[in-house]
Design a protein around this ligand. Structure first.
Ligand code: RIB
Ligand code: CA
Length: 313
């Protein structure tokens, strides 16, 4: 099986960091062509630094990292330091990156890469607000038909929202960008809160990360120790939901996940429900299905895969 060529678009973020580590630990299944950074959990200056910190933690300083949009397409940036800490990677003490950012803007890298590779062979894996992706589609509409698939973390239906009662953070930050992506007619797999809230890092699962005994294992355990306090307090959950690693785990072992091919549209008008993912789970509308909306996962299988792969770094 040839490795899946992907671009990870990200706003690290502890859970983004684990998703990136999982991808870099799985070269047989995933070829990370590049990482593009976007403002989200924390401002762009930090997300582009954190992405490089994570690549160096993985021992992969040659990964191409690009800086992208520092704000949503036409809304004010909303960040989430209350969840991720002021650095965005609070928890472990990790050295500043030595590796440099690539020249050029992330949006241009996405466009150039999709034009350079054979059509239908590059997958986009957005883990944050969809600003870079939507800007690339607006600037170069020809690339949309060249995308193999989009596998993204975002949205929620049965779980509602996590930044407002009706919206999940990634979609809420840039609803217009999300609307462009969900109307792109590209095959999309969505990892919403409905599934990511079932990927909880319980104490025994975090102990398993620590027991790996490597700098990666300790760093992930310390990231989780920090990251989990918000969700445990808010939801009374048993641990932190590992949102973004669901995206990269799906690429490696899709049968860990279950969902439905349904219509998903984005609220972009009402401030009350701005950024809501209106998922027609029960197919009550005549709107055409445009996304595989994931609702469930084999959590034990997910964590055993994740722990085994992190131990490889
Ligand atoms: O709502 C969860 C999502 O928002 C995750 O991608 C997290 O990293 C933040 O970006
Ligand atoms: Ca993220």
């Amino acid at each position: 099986m040839t490795a899946r060529k992907i671009i990870i678009d990200t706003d690290p973020g502890q859970d983004d960091a684990v998703a990136i580590l999982l991808a870099l630990a799985s070269p047989d299944e995933i070829e990370v062509l590049g990482i593009t950074c976007v403002a989200g959990n924390v401002p762009l200056a930090l997300t582009q630094k954190n992405a490089r910190i994570v690549c160096e933690l993985a021992g992969k300083p040659d990964v191409k990292v690009f800086s992208g949009a520092d704000r949503p397409m036409n809304r004010t940036l909303v960040t989430a330091e209350h969840v991720h800490g002021k650095t965005g990677l609070d928890g472990p003490t990790l050295p500043d990156p030595a590796m440099l950012l690539q020249d050029g803007h992330a949006v241009d890298y996405i466009i150039d890469t999709l034009r350079a590779y054979e059509s239908g062979t590059v997958t986009l894996c957005p883990l944050g607000p969809l600003t870079n992706i939507a800007m690339a589609f607006e600037k170069a509409p020809d690339i949309k038909e060249r995308v193999q698939e989009i596998i993204l973390m975002g949205g929620g239906y049965f779980e509602g929202g996590n930044i407002t009662p009706s919206a999940e953070f990634n979609i809420y930050v840039d609803p217009q960008a999300a609307d462009i992506v969900f109307k792109s007619e590209i095959p999309i797999v969505v990892m919403p809160l409905d599934v990511t809230h079932k990927a909880l890092v319980t104490k025994s699962r975090n102990d398993a990360f620590r027991t790996i005994g490597t700098p990666v294992g300790h760093a992930v355990a310390e990231m989780t120790d920090f990251f989990e306090r918000f969700d445990k307090e808010k939801y009374g959950s048993e641990g932190a939901p590992l949102h973004d690693p669901c995206v990269t785990a799906y690429l490696i072992r899709p049968n860990l996940f279950k969902g439905r091919h349904i219509n998903v549209e984005i609220e972009t008008q009402s401030e009350l429900t701005m950024g809501a993912t209106v998922a027609d789970w029960w197919r009550v509308s005549d709107r055409a299905p445009n996304a595989l909306f994931i609702g469930d996962l084999d959590a034990d299988g997910f964590f055993s895969l994740l722990t085994e792969r992190l131990a490889r770094l």
